[in-house]
Design a protein around this ligand. Sequence first.
Ligand code: NAD
Length: 247
Amino acid sequence: MDLDLNGKVALVTGAARGIGRSIACALHDSGASVAFLDIDETLAEAAAAELDSPRAMGIAADVVDLDQVNNAVQAIADRWHSPDILVNNAGFPSDGFLTRIDVEDWRRVVDVILIGAFNCVRATIPAMHERNWGRVINISSRSHLGNPGQTNYSAAKAGLNGFTRALSLESGRFGVTVNAVAPGFIETEGMLALENYDVLKQRSIEKSPLNRVGQPEEIADAVLFLASNSAGYISGEVLHVTGGRYS
Ligand SMILES: NC(=O)c1ccc[n+]([C@@H]2O[C@H](COP(=O)([O-])OP(=O)(O)OC[C@H]3O[C@@H](n4cnc5c(N)ncnc54)[C@H](O)[C@@H]3O)[C@@H](O)[C@H]2O)c1
């Protein structure tokens, strides 16, 4: 198994905390230079600084804003080179039944997940094509199968899976693989902040064949594999890391 990422540059969005931070650390530990991009500049810089490494940088951008994303990618290219590996991780739920949810809450979830992924790919994939090597890994969710109260989040994650498949078909001839990882319930700061965290966690444990929830490092391991040379013949896949839970 070849997980060595020496010489590669990775961009991870939503990397200030949670799953994104674990992914960024795992890619760094395998030798990549990693940009921790987040809308929260202070937290992004702190997360990168914790590694105390010349191969880690924090960078601020809202993935929904293409100009901000382009500027961030330029800053990464100026320091190392344009990313070889992009992990579209930024995203969050904002739940509510369709008849009651505020339109802006509905739209924001879809925009961050879908427009965010589009912007980051748009800003990075031309250089991957030129180099004839690249990895795009989109963080989807088990919720792409549908969850009550999550028409926005489920639609966005199902959309991200379609985006993954279509982009994989466009990019294969340039040596770029495009895959998605669909986590189940993972203990992160974002989940802990939910009002009904304990109820959701208990339900998830009961529905999980493995009888437990997951940890951010377990998603990072799957992403690291897909980013590596060992996964060079895998593209257009949605890898579920859910402890065997699908419903
Ligand atoms: N935790 C879970 O159980 C779980 C399950 C399935 C899928 N996911 C997905 O994994 C990803 C990470 O989830 P998490 O639980 O680690 O979340 P989290 O809330 O702990 O962290 C998300 C990070 O994204 C950043 N972010 C939010 N909006 C942004 C924007 N517009 N631009 C740039 N950065 C932005 C936040 O500041 C935060 O640092 C999300 O896409 C989420 O949908 C999580």
